[in-house]
Design a binder for this molecule. Structure first.
Ligand code: PLP
Length: 398
């Protein structure tokens, strides 16, 4: 009998994959590595919001015990208010479940929804949490193309062509990781139509919804389709730079009868795992009120704004590379115009030569060996230099 289940051979993380562990080894040998592989703002000196620090200190002794498995009530109230303010209709605290990050929420949702062989439509490129969790729950990820020539918007014709009697749900990651783009309302409306026609549940990962640049506005998928069963997900990892707190949630919307069935199923699972981290839940009300913290990062003069600009300036100077400007989040996903045979090896060699760690496109199921993702979190000068180094490395390969 095998030691571990066959599922273990089906999952992988290239964000924290072989190259990442090589980088850690190099660091142990006193090499300085710029790790552009994870969207981890505190690792690049982003401070904790003062509002959150104060709430933590005030609430330390309220977080010693297990709490309501669905999440603490004041936290669920604050989350409900936020989503109502974004236009979600007919939602109450009973529709909110708090987990240890969207990462845990993804595991819960897939376990609740999927029987063996059920198919879930996922974007390609895809943040790999989702493909891994679908497989772990016994489901089958089916990838729909996002079209680089259309600003990485999902190709809705391709989505239509992939639907089978086994298609259970469709995932939308908007704003997207790894491309950083915001989808057009037209595309989202078309996806809603497809979901309506084919009775699909919509999973909407909106963790970057507050990190949108240039005055653009994020539209929550559920507001475009109040009649559909939509599971909207969000958290504090990115907007408040609190990824180490492991704080995320889901909110159910749509027809009441379906919501009630899902509430019962999700309650079973969250009860089995006792409760999510209680301390992080005590800061949710303060964090949700603190919009200034997030806005200060994305406005002109703010770190995310200036770093993004520095990245564009440096990318524009590289021959043989193109990229779609990100509207949101802190990622770009450039395209290399000449042939590289193995993008993992490319990332490996770049790490050894330039001491910069990136994630190759294949880490996001973009298997054309022409893409890679850069995280735009270092200070502008550091980021600009790293991108210039990537350009030099690329041009040497020509
Ligand atoms: N969803 C997307 C699209 C992400 O990019 C990430 C993290 O990078 C997550 C979910 C995970 O979020 P959490 O920290 O809440 O687990």
């Amino acid at each position: 009998m095998e030691l571990y289940s066959a599922k273990m051979n089906m999952i992988h993380s290239d964000i924290r994959g072989k190259n990442y562990y090589t980088a850690l080894q190099l660091e142990q040998q006193c090499e300085k590595i710029l790790k552009l592989n994870t969207g981890n703002p505190p690792a690049f000196g982003f401070d904790m919001p003062v509002s959150v620090k104060n709430a933590l200190l005030e609430n330390l002794d309220k977080a010693m015990g297990y709490c309501d498995p669905r999440g603490m009530l004041p936290a669920r109230q604050a989350i409900t208010e936020y989503h109502v303010s974004k236009g979600l209709k007919n939602i109450t605290v009973d529709d909110v479940f708090i987990g240890n990050g969207i990462s845990e929420i993804a595991s819960i949702i897939n376990t609740v929804l999927l029987n063996a062989g059920d198919e879930v439509l996922l974007p390609m490129p895809c943040y790999s949490l989702w493909s891994n969790e679908v497989k772990l729950a016994g489901g089958v990820p089916v990838f729909y193309r996002c079209d680089e020539t259309c600003g990485w918007n999902p190709d809705t014709e391709h989505i239509r062509s992939l639907i089978t009697p086994k298609t259970k749900a469709i995932l939308v990651i908007n704003p997207n990781n790894p491309t950083g783009v915001l989808y057009s309302t037209e595309t989202l409306t078309e996806i809603a139509e497809i979901a309506r026609k084919n009775n699909l549940i919509v999973l909407s990962d909106e963790i970057y919804d507050r990190l949108v640049f240039d005055g653009k506005v994020h539209i929550s998928f559920a507001t475009l389709a109040p009649d559909l069963t939509v599971i909207t997900m969000n958290g504090l990892s990115k907007s408040h730079c609190l990824c180490g707190f492991r704080c995320g949630w889901l909110i159910l919307s749509g027809e009441e009868k379906t919501k009630q069935l899902l509430r019962e199923a999700i309650t079973k699972i969250v009860s089995i795992r006792l409760s999510a981290n209680a301390l992080m839940q005590t800061v949710i009300p303060a964090a949700m009120k603190d919009t200034a913290y997030t806005e200060s990062m994305i406005q002109k003069g703010g770190r995310l704004y200036e770093q993004r600009k520095a990245a564009f300036d440096a990318l524009d100077k590289i021959d043989g590379l193109s990229y779609v400007k990100n509207d949101a989040a802190f990622y770009v996903f450039p395209k290399i115009h000449h042939e590289i045979t193995d993008d993992k090896m490319f990332a490996h060699d770049l790490l050894l030569e330039k001491k910069v760690l990136i994630v190759p496109g294949s880490g996001f199921m973009q298997n054309d060996h022409q893409h890679f993702r850069i995280v735009l979190l270092p200070e502008a000068d550091v980021l600009g230099k790293a991108i210039t180094d990537i350009g030099k490395f690329l041009n040497k390969q020509l």
